[in-house]
Design a protein around this ligand. Sequence first.
Ligand code: PLP
Length: 233
Amino acid sequence: MPDSQLHQRFPELATSLPFLRLGAATPVRELALGTRNPLWCKDDGAYGDGGYGLRLPYYLPVGGSNPIGALGYVEGALELAAQIASGALPEPARVVTAVGSGGTAAGLALGLRIAGLRTRVLGVVVNDTLPLDAPDIVALANRSADVLRSRGAQLDIDPLRPDDVTMVRDWLGPGYGHETPEAVTARTRAATAGLRLETVYTAKGLAAALDLDTRANLGDGPLLLLNTYGPRP
Ligand SMILES: Cc1ncc(COP(=O)(O)O)c(C=O)c1O
């Protein structure tokens, strides 16, 4: 069986889009944090601090957020879809991720569309120096779709539109790396469920998810926090 979820879905990419496997699918688990909605975590921290070795099949800019780099989280979304299909977790209403340069959110949005999931991306902006509004994110997602097509994928999806993703800046604080009180609280709360977050990226994401959980008017449903494993001492 082909190694990558993308290759399983598009065998025509097997030779045109080299794939580097980092490890097994990252684990998902429910977080017991007393939320109204079930709150799940996909723990990409399971990869730890590295392990890429010297095999570098692609050159990526800082942050990895170009159309090729965003394909990493297309693969991540397809991996998530496989986990949902296997019953490891329910289909989330929203997947919440920190947004630093946009590739994670863009790749997720495209991958979820390819997988046919209804899950929506909630991007929590943590960087004040880049344009990271919904139109920027979906433009990147659509350029990644073009890469797949240019490599031969028979990709039959509509282009993503800005209202397909939600971007929030309410958790940024004064700027990148600033430790907001909400992020500190979220980090402390995560620790009670054995999840180690940090306040540059992932605790800001959890702060947004916890806030979303309290807003019944935005629609209920399982929430999924993506632990992208930020910098730690
Ligand atoms: C730990 C962590 N989480 C999230 C992000 C955000 O990812 P992206 O740059 O793809 O928006 C980054 C990188 O910026 C990161 O290092």
